[in-house]
Design a protein around this ligand. Structure first.
Ligand code: SF4
Length: 376
C-alpha cells in the first residue's frame, strides 16, 4: 500500500521547511564513539562502574536497515537507548542529520519526532486502560497539535491501514488485551509512524511474537523503509532474522563493536571469531540444527559473557575464543579495514592468521583447543 497522500504531503512539508534539506548529510543518525558507564551500589555500599558500552560508532543512512546483533548483555539495548535519548552518553556524541544534539527541551521534542524506539514488549508499550484510538490519538495530538479532531481521525485510519489493521474502525475500538501479539506490535509501529519519523530503532521488535507472524512483521518493516525511506536500526540476538531483513550487520560483544560490514560479507565470511560463533549457532536448514547444540556446549565449556564491571584485559572475547594468543590477553586488538566497508577488531588479522577463520568451524577450533589444553 502506498503512503496516503495527506500523510506524505505533511511529512514532505515539514521537512521542506528545514533549511538543511537541500544539502542533506549522508547519515540521518550517528552515534560517534559513544560510551555509557553506569555506577551501581553493591551490598556493602561499595560502588562499581558498569561499562555497558565502550566507544561504539553506528551510522544510519536514509532507507538503510542496519542490524545490531549480539547476545544478551552485549550493550545493544543501551546503545539503542542512547540513540533514543533515554540515556545520555558518558562520552562521545549522538548526531542527527549532521548536527550534534542540544539539550534544550525544544531540541528534544524535535529529536523524538524524528527518531522513534519500538520496544520488545508491545503490551508494555501501550496503555492497557485505553483503546487503540486513544493510544494513537495521543501521539497525533502531541506531535501534530495543528490537526483538527477530524483530521486526526482520518490520519489514524490511514496509519492503521498502513500496518494492515483493517477495518481500521474496528481495530481503533479495541483495547490492547483484545489484540494478538502481532496486532499489538502493529499498533506500536502505527503509533511510531504517527510522528512521521526518519528513523526507527527496533529493540528486538519480533522476539516476543509468535514464530508464525515474525516474518509478516519483518516484511512490514521492509515495506516501511522502501515506501518511506525510513532508516531502521534492527536490534536482535537472532542473526537469522538479521540476515533476512538488513543491508548491513554490526556485531557487539561485551559492550564493544567487534565487526561490521555489508550483510553478505559478514554472513559469508565472518572476520571475528565471535561473529563466526553467532553465525554457526544460528539455525540453518542447509546446515542442520546440530551446530546450535555445539554452540551451547562450547559456551558452557568456555564460560559466560564477561562481567562489564571488570571486563577481561586485552580482547574481551579471549576467555571464550579458541584462537586466542598471547597478544589477545594483553592488548586490545586493532581495527582492521577489510574493504567495502567491512572491518573487524581481532589480532588474527594483524598477525596474518585470518585464514584460520575460514579453514575451520568454531566448534572444531574449540575442540582442538580443548585437546591442546588437556595434552599440555
Ligand atoms: Fe580471539 Fe584474539 Fe581475535 Fe580476540 S583478538 S577474537 S581473543 S583471536
Amino acid at each position: 500500500m502506498s503512503k496516503p497522500v495527506a500523510e506524505a504531503a505533511s511529512a514532505a512539508d515539514r521537512r521542506a521547511r528545514q533549511p538543511e534539506a537541500a544539502q542533506a548529510p549522508e547519515y540521518v543518525l550517528e552515534a560517534r564513539d559513544v560510551s555509557k558507564h553506569f555506577t551501581v551500589r553493591g551490598a556493602l555500599g561499595r560502588t562499581s562502574v558498569v561499562r555497558a558500552v565502550e566507544d561504539a560508532t553506528v551510522r544510519l543512512r536514509p532507507g538503510q536497515i542496519l542490524a545490531l546483533v549480539g547476545e544478551s548483555g552485549s550493550g545493544k539495548t543501551t546503545l539503542a537507548r542512547m540513540l533514543a535519548r533515554f540515556h545520555e552518553p558518558t562520552r562521545g556524541e549522538i548526531v542527527l542529520r549532521g548536527e550534534p544534539l542540544s539539550g534544550s527541551r525544544r531540541a528534544r521534542r524535535t529529536y523524538h519526532s524524528e527518531v522513534q524506539l519500538i520496544f520488545q514488549d508491545p503490551f508494555g508499550s501501550l496503555n492497557p486502560l485505553h483503546r487503540v484510538r486513544y493510544n494513537l490519538d495521543r501521539a497525533l495530538r502531541l506531535h501534530h497539535p495543528q490537526l483538527s479532531a477530524a483530521e486526526r481521525e482520518e490520519r489514524m485510519t490511514q496509519l492503521l491501514e498502513r500496518v494492515s489493521l483493517t477495518p481500521a474502525a474496528e481495530f481503533a475500538a479495541k483495547f490492547p488485551h483484545e489484540l494478538s501479539g502481532g496486532q499489538r506490535q502493529r499498533v506500536v509501529i502505527a503509533r511510531a509512524l504517527a510522528v512521521e519519523p526518519r528513523v526507527l530503532l527496533g529493540d528486538e521488535p519480533i522476539s516476543m511474537l509468535d514464530v508464525s507472524i515474525r516474518l509478516e512483521m519483518l516484511n512490514l518493516l521492509q515495506r516501511l523503509r522502501t515506501e518511506d525511506g525510513l532508516a531502521l536500526l534492527y536490534i536482535t540476538h537472532d542473526i537469522a532474522s538479521a540476515r533476512y531483513l538488513c543491508d548491513e550487520i554490526a556485531v557487539m560483544y561485551a559492550g564493544q563493536m567487534v565487526e561490521s560490514g555489508p550483510k553478505e560479507d559478514v554472513i559469508a565470511s565472518p572476520q571475528h571469531p565471535y561473529t563466526k560463533l553467532l553465525i554457526e549457532s544460528s539455525p540453518d536448514p542447509e546446515r542442520g540444527v546440530g551446530d546450535r547444540e555445539v554452540f551451547f556446549a562450547g559456551a558452557d565449556e568456555l564460560g559466560e559473557p564477561p562481567s562489564l564491571i571488570d571486563p577481561p584485559a586485552g580482547c574481551r572475547f579471549h576467555p571464550r575464543c579458541p584462537f586466542a594468543m598471547q597478544e589477545c590477553l594483553e592488548q586490545a586488538p586493532p581495527r582492521t579495514e577489510l574493504g567495502g566497508g567491512h572491518w573487524a577488531t581481532c589480532w588474527l588479522h594483524a598477525k596474518g592468521r585470518a585464514g584460520e577463520l575460514a579453514d575451520t568451524t568454531h566448534a572444531a577450533a574449540t575442540a582442538a583447543r580443548r585437546d591442546a589444553l588437556q595434552g599440555a
